[in-house]
Structure formats: C-alpha cells, structure tokens
Design a protein around this ligand. Structure first.
Ligand code: GLN
Length: 492
C-alpha cells in the first residue's frame, strides 16, 4: 500500500511517469483507505470497478509513453457535477435516483486529460450551507479534531465532502463549487487549498444550479501548485454556458515562483473591525509580516459597501435558487410522490424531496421576488452588489492583491450552529463579497489555532488574475510553520 498522506497531485503525476508506482496500485490504495474511513462520510457514491479498469488503461498508456497531462490520477467529484452513468444527487433526497445521461463540461475536460473518477463527494443539500450538515445522507466529519476535546467538528460547506476527502487523503484532489464561499470556507476548516476562479472562468454546464450569477467551479487540493495544475485543465470557454468567459486560458503552474518585490497587498480596513477570533487575527498579522519579508508593500484599503454583502447575498442567492429549483416538481426532474391531482403531486414531491434549509431558501427567494417586495429587496440588493463590485475595482487601482482571513472562526462543532441560521450565515462574511463581485480568490492553510485546528488566509485579485493568486499564495505556503496533516483517528 502506498503512503497516500505523502502524495499530492504534482508528486503523483511525476511518480506515475517515472514508474515509481502504477495507477492501478494508486487507485487500489485510495479505495482501501476510503473503505477504512467510512466514519467521515465523505463519499456519497463510489466508482470502484470503473476506476480500476481506467487505471489499467492509463498504465498501458504510460508504459507506451503515450500519456495525457493528467493520466491515471484519481479525483473525487462534488456530487453536484453531473457524471454520465454515475449517480448525481446534490446530496438531496430529491435526486437520490438521478443518474445523468450526460457529463458536465468540467468533468468531461478532466477525464479527457486522463483523470479517473473515484467517487462522488458529499455536500450540503443543493450546495446550501456552511457545515455539510444538510446532506440527506448525514453530516460529513472534519478529519481534524481539537487537541483538547473529542467532539466532532464540521468540515465546512457546502463542499465539505471534497475538503474532508482531500484533507484525509481519500483522493489527491477534488472538484467543488463556490457560490458564497463553499470552496474557500471548507478548505480553511480542513487545512486544504481552495480556489474560486473568476466568475465565468470555468464552465457551469452540467453542474446542478444553485444561484447562477454566483456559482463557480474550482478545485480543492493539498498545495498551491496542485491548484494551479487543476485550474489549467478546468478553465476555458464553453459554448454551452452563456456566461462562460472567452478570456485566454493559461498554464497556471508556470506562474508560481518569481519575485514579488515591489508589489502591493491591500488590507481592507472594514474587515479589521469584524468579529474575528483572536487566533485568526494574530495569524493575519503573521501573514502580513511574511509578505513584508518578501519585499511586498502593505496598504490599508477601503471596501465601504462590504458590510452590506451578507444581506445582499442572502437575498440574491435565494432569489436565484427559488427559480432554479422550480424544475424539481416530480415531472421534469426529481423523485415523484404521486398525488390526487397535479398540484397535489407538486406539493407532495417538493415537500418530501427537499430538506429544511432548501425549503427556507426557496421561501426567502420567492418572497423577495414577489410583486410587492421585488423593488424593496431584490432590486435594492442588485444595486448594492454593483457598489460592492465598484469598491473592489477602485481598490485594485492601487493594490495587486487583497489579504483577509477566509473565515471569522475555525471549524465549529457538529450541531453547534444548525438551529441558528443567522449564525450559520455569518460564517460567510469574508467570502461572499468576492462572489458578488465575480472575483477570483484562494484560501491557503496558514497556521493552527490554539486548539491545533487549521486556519486559512484568503487572497483576492483582479478579475482573471488567478496567476497572481498562485504567486502570492505560495508565500503563505512557504512561510507557515505548521504541518497540515490530520491524525488518522477515524480509521478502522
Ligand atoms: N454558505 C453559503 C450558503 O449557504 C455559500 C454556499 C455556496 O457557496 N454554495 O449559501
């Protein structure tokens, strides 16, 4: 068996080509570790037989030196990406029997480059949540535990399965989606790297929609270099997605390294006043020092409208969700519950298929879109969104990147926030402004708090400047002193 904890994507890619181990051995080792890690509840569906067969094919190609860029590398896919012939549930009872007949653009691209689907990863139902506790298949556990307590922690959400699986070495990399923080927040909670690319950089086609003007796919990985390698193969124009960007795609791995001397990082004045835990504030200070040491200038900036980001997000996202989720009626999509008449069928289907949080979002969304409230809430929120966007554009006139923590606290306990939606939503305070502005951002493990669990720093750059995210990001990776490897307490 291979020691998977030592393997990141770039190492695997090199080792496979050198013949240090085969893809079949690698896939076998992951399957074994996954089978011994059931307790974490990361995977909704496994793809074992297919994965082994594909690994054998990859090994033949590697032997003939006829390999593709990502040949034979296993990947976990968030259960929100449609995978042809493999169940795709969005972690909802509504889609428990849905097996797509088509492949999402992102998974198609990754498989085309030689990656191997090992399984589908849990998430909050329809990607709504910050703790991965709303999946109909039960919560995912964070592989990290406090040194002082035996309580289970949440892995964050909505991409909690993806983040926990990468953190626990149950796959080397995973895909995820980020509408208001769902890649970066779980990455921060699990000591992994989470990248939300610029809106439109990665195709949304074939991803179960939550809030279409905010949704963006990205990778969760162990390292910054892996994140860059993944983006290289995920990004690109797609004619099937009307909001897909035609911006030039690059080889992002080449961006890493190089001097940052003379560049400037902005620290948002308003964020310094937020209720952020002391450990995270200190970690933020340390990160600022790491950049100073690298010759980077530090500048205080203003994002005056960011304080309205959370309320604006929790109007816009539910509004779009209520419209997107109208299709699950038991006729077009969704597990049908029969009724006396058509209306009855709709009600029973939607009543049984959706969980509490999803219903709450649909009700909020239809409320803010209803005739009497549209102008007061939805239209107002759209105007605020424009102002938030403008704040960032103004700030990037004088800085190359913005540095903030990813979350106000580290991972909280399972059950701690579920009964208090507002408390749960406040977790997204540092991530949602980025989605509203359509900007790229990355969360990078930056230290452990006093209880020994991970903290993450967020870097934000201009639209389509992911290259700078990787460049600035590698400074944090090189400067931090903690190791980001959870102990295997959950193993059988
Ligand atoms: N936590 C946020 C929400 O519940 C973000 C979710 C996401 O990015 N998919 O809406």
């Amino acid at each position: 068996m291979l020691d998977l904890k030592k393997l990141d994507l770039v190492t695997i890619r090199n080792s496979l080509r050198k013949g240090d181990f085969t893809s079949e051995e690698l896939v076998g080792s992951y399957i074994d570790r996954i089978n011994n890690s059931k307790k974490l509840n990361t995977y909704n569906t496994l793809n074992i037989e297919n994965a082994i067969n594909l690994a054998k094919e990859s090994d033949k190609r590697i032997l003939k030196k006829n390999y593709r860029p990502m040949e034979g590398i296993p990947i976990g896919i968030k259960d929100l990406f449609c995978t042809k012939g493999v169940k795709t549930t969005a972690s909802s009872k509504m889609l428990e029997n849905f097996t797509p007949t088509y492949e999402s653009t992102i998974t198609e691209k990754l498989f085309y480059q030689g990656m191997i689907l090992i399984g589908k990863l849990s998430n909050d139902e329809f990607a709504m949540g910050s703790s991965n506790e709303t999946s109909y298949l039960g919560p995912v556990l964070n592989p990290w535990k406090k040194e002082t307590s035996d309580q289970y922690l949440v892995p964050g959400g909505s991409s909690g399965g993806s983040a926990a699986a990468v953190s626990a070495s149950l796959c080397p990399v995973a895909t995820a989606t980020d509408t208001g923080g769902s890649i970066r927040q779980p990455a921060s909670f699990t000591g992994t790297v989470g990248l939300k690319p610029t809106y439109g950089r990665c195709s949304r086609w074939g991803i179960v929609a939550f809030a279409s003007s905010l949704d963006q796919a990205g990778p969760i990985t162990k390292t910054v270099a892996d994140s860059a390698a993944m983006l290289t193969h995920m990004a690109g124009y797609d004619e099937k997605d009307s909001t897909s960007s035609t911006a030039k795609n690059e080889n992002y791995e080449e961006a890493i390294g190089g001097s940052l001397k003379g560049k400037t990082i902005g620290i948002p004045h308003e964020f310094e006043r937020l209720d952020i835990s002391l450990d995270i504030q200190n970690n933020w200070e340390s990160a600022i020092q790491w950049y100073k040491d690298a010759g980077v200038n530090i500048k205080s900036i203003k994002l005056p409208h960011s304080k309205y980001a959370l309320p604006a997000y929790y109007i816009i996202a539910p509004a779009e969700a209520s419209s997107n989720l109208a299709r699950y009626d038991g006729v077009k999509y969704g597990s049908r519950v029969e009724g006396e008449v058509l209306d009855d069928l709709y009600k029973k289907t939607r009543g049984a298929g959706f969980g509490e949080e999803v219903k709450r979002r649909i009700m909020m969304g239809t409320y803010v879109l209803s005739a009497g409230y549209y102008d007061a809430y939805y239209l107002k929120a759209q105007k605020v969104r424009r102002l938030i966007h403008q704040d960032f554009v103004d700030a990037f006139g004088s800085v190359d990147a913005i540095l903030t923590p990813t979350t106000p606290t580290t991972a909280f306990e399972i059950g701690e926030n579920v009964s208090d939606p507002l408390k749960m939503y406040s977790n997204d305070i540092l991530t949602v402004p980025v989605n509203l502005a359509g900007l790229p951002a990355i969360s990078i493990p930056s230290g452990l708090d006093k209880d020994g669990i991970p903290m993450g720093m967020q870097l934000i750059t201009k639209h389509f400047d992911e290259n700078s995210l990787f460049q600035f990001g590698s400074i944090i990776e090189m400067s931090r002193s903690d190791m980001f490897q959870p102990k295997d307490w959950w193993m059988n």
